[in-house]
Design a protein around this ligand. Structure first.
Ligand code: B12
Ligand code: SF4
Length: 545
């Protein structure tokens, strides 16, 4: 992805490249917000180019050549822990060619010495930005323009106290002008088909918006409380609503669709504020399909659920982590109550809102069979899009410190030798290999053609459009973690799910001929008639296709 935007104001021109490395495993389904945010916060007179390695893969020499050809005066690289090894490699190549590099984001904040070579390893960055860089970024740009980059930029006030942005003066991100074509989720062959029939599905973008920052819950494995702090800060409702209206307009003009991902870690952490925001979205007509992350304990409030549905909420990401209360207690997440998961999911399903449920295997009380036990519970729920991973000790988390004290870290710098789904510490009641097998089993069986048919069975009485949207969501969602490469693999995936495809086609044709338009419309909005389906458990894992 390459976007060109002139900066604001005057001053010596600096050409800046913001680069986000790919992790080589998951496929990025949406742009990274930090790039667009820093671009919008760049003082005028500077030019900012963006490259996201997920959508625009480049070899190190290609990237260096690009930076030299474009006469880039500063490269900013941001990375989560799992992409940091790639980030360092790219930074090394750029610095070797004489291009200054500043690094920021969660990992360098958590391991500042590593990027600067102060921990005995090689140096990878000329400068690092610790924590939230909204206020330090303009200083970094000004210093780089004068050739006076400092090594460390820390967000502090005049008294040296840590200072968090209030978000009250959040910048306008000019989504209407940005080139985000490479994040179009519609495969090009399907786009051509839709264009042929003149449909407004030429583009589909998932756009990240943050409405606030911070989560006070302090789950043991999570970096968020440490990074953003437990003081929660919100943007004004107006700035969020305006951003949504801008995006809606962009979708209208480009004959496409846009969905929003509210990237707040816990979108309903302050229920009163969330409800007021959702009411304002509805009042302004800014409703757009959205996804948000909310912990299960905050979804007991029926008024909140009504507003979620009315404002366009379609999928809620819930960090369920485990069905075992002992596991949850071991990671300081006892506010999650597995006994209420099913009820929460059902209340949402009754409002046509479904959930992405995230699970972590390898927790201290996990034993073999955890994958199938989790899948068995899910078969009793409304259809969900599950995500599975292994417990990972991220640096600077309480989990990392505990495991280090207990002498259980087997790969203390696991990020320098990233291995997908491989644990970096010794679990207590299961082996590292078995955890990997459980994760693989769970992924494979929850997105198998049989599981997809079962999900459609559980909403059998619903109007066809709901079933189609579930089917499409399942196919695409699985593709984030196991991306089909090219049209041929997509076709193979669809062929494997041919029973569901035939069924949806058959039902579409029958319903189309069997009801008039008004009836079909009211049917679609009448609410789902979801019913749980008990199906025999999958006997053995199918290979991940
Ligand atoms: C959205 C999101 C995702 C998206 C993908 C990313 C995307 N396209 O946006 C999805 C859902 C796919 C995802 C997946 C994962 N995520 Co995630 N994700 C987030 C989330 C919720 C929001 C990110 C965001 O946009 N924040 C808002 C922006 C503005 O903040 P920011 O990125 O931190 O940027 C600020 C500063 O860091 C700094 N900065 C950042 N980069 C740079 C670069 C420079 C040069 C400078 C100067 C400054 C700077 O300036 C910015 C403004 O202040 C964060 C949590 C969070 N609240 O940040 C977790 C988070 C980043 N994810 C995390 C994790 C662990 C994962 C997964 C590994 C989970 C899993 N087990 O599968 C996967 C891996 C994804 C991958 N690509 O491999 C961790 C990362 C921890 C770490 N140390 O690496 C976080 C922090 C959440 C957590 N629970 O701890 N994630
Ligand atoms: S609730 Fe979510 S964001 Fe908050 S500390 Fe726990 S895992 Fe992190």
């Amino acid at each position: 992805m390459r976007c060109h935007l002139p900066g604001r104001g005057t001053g010596r021109l600096l050409k800046i490249l913001l680069y986000n490395p790919d992790n080589g495993v998951t496929q990025n389904f949406m742009p990274h917000l930090w790039m667009f945010l820093l671009q919008s916060l760049t003082p005028a007179g500077n030019e900012v180019l963006l490259i996201d390695g997920n959508t625009h893969p480049m070899t190190d020499p290609e990237l260096v050549r690009y930076a030299l050809d474009q006469k880039i005066g500063l490269v900013g690289i941001g990375a989560m822990t799992r992409m940091i090894a790639k980030a360092y490699r790219v930074a090394d190549a750029l610095r070797a060619a004489g291009v200054p590099v500043v690094m920021g984001g969660p990992h360098v904040t958590e391991c500042p010495g590593e990027a600067l070579g102060r921990d005995g390893g090689p140096r990878h960055a000329d400068a690092i930005a610790l924590g939230e860089a909204d206020e330090t970024w303009p200083r970094i740009v000004a210093d780089a323009a004068r050739g006076e980059l400092k090594e460390v930029y820390t967000p502090v006030d005049a008294f040296g106290q840590e200072k968090k942005p209030t978000l009250q003066d959040y910048p306008v991100i000019p989504w209407d002008k940005l080139d985000i074509d490479q994040f179009n989720r519609i495969p090009s062959f399907f786009r051509r088909v839709m264009q042929h029939y003149g449909h407004a599905w030429e583009t589909f973008h998932i756009i990240p918006i943050e409405s606030g920052r911070g989560c006070p819950y302090g789950c043991e494995f999570c970096t968020v409380t440490g990074f953003f702090g437990d003081s929660i800060r919100f943007r004004t409702n107006k700035s969020i609503v305006d951003e949504m209206l801008l995006l809606k307009e962009r979708a209208r003009v480009s004959k496409g669709k846009i969905a929003i991902f509210f990237v707040d870690d816990n979108f309903a952490i302050n229920g009163k504020r969330t409800k007021s925001l959702l009411r304002d979205i509805i009042a302004a007509g800014a409703q757009t399909s959205w996804v948000g992350q909310i912990s299960a304990n905050l979804l007991r409030d029926e008024e909140l659920l009504d507003l979620i549905a009315e404002s366009g909420g379609k999928w809620i990401f819930i960090g369920m982590e485990s069905l075992d209360p002992a596991n949850l207690a071991s990671v300081n997440k006892s506010f999650n109550k597995p006994s209420e998961y099913a009820a929460v999911l059902q209340k949402l399903a009754m409002r046509n809102v479904y959930c992405i449920t995230s699970f972590i295997f390898g927790l201290d009380n996990d034993t073999t069979g955890v994958g199938e036990r989790t899948l068995a519970a899910m078969r009793e729920w409304p259809p969900v899009l599950p995500v599975f991973g292994q417990i990972t000790p991220f640096p600077a988390t309480p989990l990392y410190d505990r495991l280090a004290k207990e002498g259980r870290l087997t790969r203390p710098k696991h990020w320098l030798e990233f291995a997908p789904f491989r644990m970096a510490h010794t679990p207590l009641k299961i082996s590292v290999e078995d955890v990997q097998n459980e994760v693989n089993y769970a992924w494979t069986n929850s997105y198998s053609p049989a599981a997809t048919q079962r999900a459609l069975d559980s909403i059998a009485d619903e109007p066809v459009p709901y079933k189609i949207s579930h089917f499409v969501a399942r196919i695409f969602f699985r593709g984030i973690y196991f991306p089909p490469k090219g049209a041929w693999q997509w076709l193979k995936l669809i062929a494997r799910n041919r029973a569901s495809v035939y069924r949806l086609l058959r039902e579409s044709i029958t319903q189309w001929h069997g009801a008039n338009g008004a009836a079909r419309h009211s049917d679609f909005h009448a609410g789902p008639r979801y019913k749980p389906v008990n199906a025999p458990s999958a006997a053995k894992a199918e290979p991940a296709a």
